[in-house]
Design a protein around this ligand. Structure first.
Ligand SMILES: NC(=O)c1ccc[n+]([C@@H]2O[C@H](COP(=O)([O-])OP(=O)(O)OC[C@H]3O[C@@H](n4cnc5c(N)ncnc54)[C@H](OP(=O)(O)O)[C@@H]3O)[C@@H](O)[C@H]2O)c1
Length: 321
């Protein structure tokens, strides 16, 4: 079969012949229809993600849409190494296959779960967003960040503040449901002042952070010094990605002087059952004709040249075998 094969971390995968997989116990053979070039697919192939492959050469791509031997259309993740999702065939655990409704096409079925689960799991599972709470999204101009606005609204957020770097995309976010926007492209002091003003006017309950790095250190400071209180207002900060850097300067004061709690959300911090169990709800988001998820379909045969080609802001590239 043809597949996208990784020979060295950091190099683009090559489109070439790869042995056909055979399903083992508890697995199923999947004929792949589409697989998205997510940041997870990229960073595992770079070798910089904690879920990177342990042996090369291997297939790439961590999730996608395809058909089971009985013809059922499914979304699946977690292909067994050395197979990836970016190939004509792969093998996945049977219990990681979720039927795709007919109103979601293969390309969207491949692109939506990663983008939406990022905030869904962070808000519904890791921070347990309560109706009416205020959510701040850091990195809201990316694919997952834009969908996060919709997810926060869907889960009952009372106010959504979208922060991002790309000014052009930032301007479009009120149209997607953000109540306020905030630029991440400013000095640390200016960002700190903007966040403090926002928090004074509408106390932030949950931060969904796709960027981490220096901006996270600044954002955490927002929670410093809520003063002596009769009852502590609980706030949650959830790290979902690290686009601006893998390490943040984490100050101590905000944690001592407010009800702030810091958690992460991703592979390893959320059980697979919660990931798979959330998908039927994720498909419901796709019923909205204006769901903010733009995709670009590219033939898998072009994987080597398309891998590192920059995408227009907020568009997800999807490979089609
Ligand atoms: N844990 C999970 O469950 C989960 C699931 C999905 C995604 N993620 C992670 O979430 C992150 C975002 O994913 P995505 O799909 O939205 O990626 P994406 O579409 O490529 O968007 C990346 C976002 O990060 C911003 N960004 C990049 N470098 C930055 C910097 N130095 N400073 C500030 N902002 C910066 C981009 O801003 P511009 O628009 O200005 O370029 C954009 O908003 C990734 O780290 C990804 O691995 C985690």
């Amino acid at each position: 079969m043809k597949a996208a094969v990784l020979h060295a971390f950091g190099e683009p995968p090559r489109y070439e012949e790869f042995p056909e997989p055979t399903a083992g116990p508890g697995e199923v053979l999947l004929r792949v229809k589409a697989s998205a070039l997510t940041q997870l697919a990229r960073s595992t192939a770079r070798g910089s993600h904690y879920a990177r492959p342990t042996a090369l050469p291997c297939g790439v791509g961590v999730d996608g849409a395809g058909t089971l031997p009985d013809g059922t259309r499914v979304y699946a993740n977690g292909p067994r190494s050395p197979y990836g999702m970016m190939g004509e065939l792969t093998v996945v655990p049977r219990d990681r296959c979720v039927p795709v409704p007919e109103y979601v096409d293969d390309v969207r079925a491949a692109a939506l779960p990663n983008a939406a689960l990022a905030s869904w799991l962070a808000l519904a599972h890791r921070t347990k967003l309560a109706p009416g709470e205020t959510v701040l999204i850091l990195g809201a101009t990316g694919v997952a960040g834009k969908v996060a606005i919709r997810v926060a609204r869907h889960l009952g957020a009372g106010r959504v503040v979208a922060a991002g770097r790309n000014e052009d995309v930032l301007k479009t976010l009120p149209g997607l449901g953000a109540d306020a926007t905030l630029s991440l492209d400013q000095s640390d002091d200016a960002l700190a002042a903007a966040l403090a003003k926002e928090d004074r006017e509408h106390p932030i309950d949950v931060v969904v952070d796709f960027v981490w790095g220096p901006a996270a250190g600044v954002a955490l400071r927002t929670f410093t010094g809520r003063g002596h209180v009769e009852s502590v207002r609980r706030a949650r900060y959830v790290s979902v990605g690290s686009m601006a850097g893998p390490v943040a300067p984490v100050p101590s004061e905000p944690f001592r002087s407010s009800g702030l709690e810091l958690v992460g959300s991703g592979i390893g911090s959320v059980p697979v059952s919660a990931v798979i169990g959330s998908l039927p709800k994720i498909w419901e988001l796709a019923r909205a004709p204006d769901l903010p998820l733009s995709t670009e379909s590219v033939p898998l045969a072009s994987v080597a040249e398309a891998w590192d080609r920059p995408e227009p802001g907020g568009v997800r590239r999807v490979f089609v075998p």
